[in-house]
Design a protein around this ligand. Structure first.
Ligand code: PEP
Ligand code: MG
Length: 329
């Protein structure tokens, strides 16, 4: 079985009807780019940069250290694109100097609903500008995109874009090269973002659905709390409808869109996502070949119809029956 999967590594990820599917990898450290390539990924769909900042005591990486890390990742991908997400700290990803130690800082009552991800970056503009400059400078070495986590409000998107423009100005003044057409995208991981998608379609270049948080916030289930882990359900009809809505609206607007949460790496969900119109997946490198195997045996026009049955089924038994038909077709 393992050998069969390995043979798939060099096969293009194409469905039976000839649709090309992009299977990318999620990485946490720059060296993981090597693992991603080795796994057969055609790009990095999510570089979780907060891992460069975590478990470092009170020292966060400076601009040069970050630049070196982002450059290492893009060079490691040998011409394939890398989507770098600005830091997503807080909640399940604590920062030592903020969430544990900084003088006077108190852990908020609901960290998952608090000052995390882009909210934190906008509250620390100097830190954010440092990260943006480091990413911009690395974009001179290969195709890089900037991805922003946890956006919900028009004002946050605008503030973020203003800071990116400011970081570009700073690079210009310092004479540092960068990709002037660098694409900026948003994670869709708060239900409000999925429902108010036109705000994002108008302002950004691409989108990526973060199903891990989308599930957490849609179902009000803390993703880190074992006591409610049994209620954390990717197949809850509300979750599926939000994903389907987002994919449909993005496609209608001609906006590139990926899924980069754990759902994208689950081969039992590949057909469901393909049938909703997804063509770009980003996942843990270890999942790429198993998902590719599903892609290769799927005929999109056929699964599209069956996925409509899954979406129409609100009762668990009905949904299960529709999923079984989808798996067997
Ligand atoms: C997600 O929320 O689905 C996601 C990909 O980001 P993270 O798991 O890092 O929050
Ligand atoms: Mg997330």
């Amino acid at each position: 079985e393992q050998r069969k999967l390995l043979r798939l590594k060099f096969a293009p990820a194409q469905t039976v009807d000839g649709t090309e599917i992009h299977l990318c990898a999620n990485i946490e450290l720059p060296e993981d780019a090597d693992v991603a390539l080795e796994a057969g990924a055609v790009g990095v769909g999510l570089f979780r940069t907060e891992f460069l900042f975590m478990n470092r005591g009170h020292q966060s990486p400076d601009e040069e250290q970050q630049f070196a890390a982002y450059r290492r990742a893009i060079e490691g991908m040998r011409g394939h694109p890398v989507t770098i997400r600005t830091i997503d700290v807080g909640a399940d990803k604590p920062l030592d100097y903020r969430d544990e130690g900084r003088d006077g800082y108190e852990v908020p009552p609901n960290p998952a609903l608090g000052l995390r991800a882009i909210r934190y970056s906008l509250s620390e503009p100097q830190m954010f500008l440092t990260q943006l400059r480091a990413i911009l400078r690395a974009s001179a070495f290969g195709p890089i995109r900037i991805l922003i986590p946890m956006l919900a409000h028009a004002r946050e998107i605008d503030q973020t874009l203003d800071l990116i423009a400011e970081a570009k100005r700073q690079c210009d003044i310092a004479g540092q090269a960068y990709d002037r057409n660098i694409k900026v995208g948003a994670m869709i991981e708060i239900p409000a973002a999925a429902i108010a998608l036109p705000l994002f379609l108008k302002r950004l270049d691409f989108l990526s659905i973060g199903t891990n948080d989308l599930i957490q916030y849609t179902l009000a289930i803390d993703r880190a709390d074992n006591a409610v882990a049994h209620l954390y359900d990717p197949l809850h009809p509300a979750v599926l409808h939000l994903i389907a809505l987002t994919l449909r609206e993005a496609k209608k607007a001609g906006m590139p869109i990926a899924v980069c949460g754990e759902m994208a790496g689950d081969p039992t969900l590949t057909r469901l996502l393909l049938g909703m119109g997804l063509t770009e997946f980003s996942m843990h490198p270890s999942q790429v070949l198993e998902v590719k195997q599903e892609v290769l045996r799927t005929h999109i026009p056929t699964v599209e119809k069956l996925v409509q049955d899954v979406l129409a089924a609100f009762e668990p038994a009905e949904q299960q029956a529709a999923l079984t038909r989808l798996a067997r077709c």
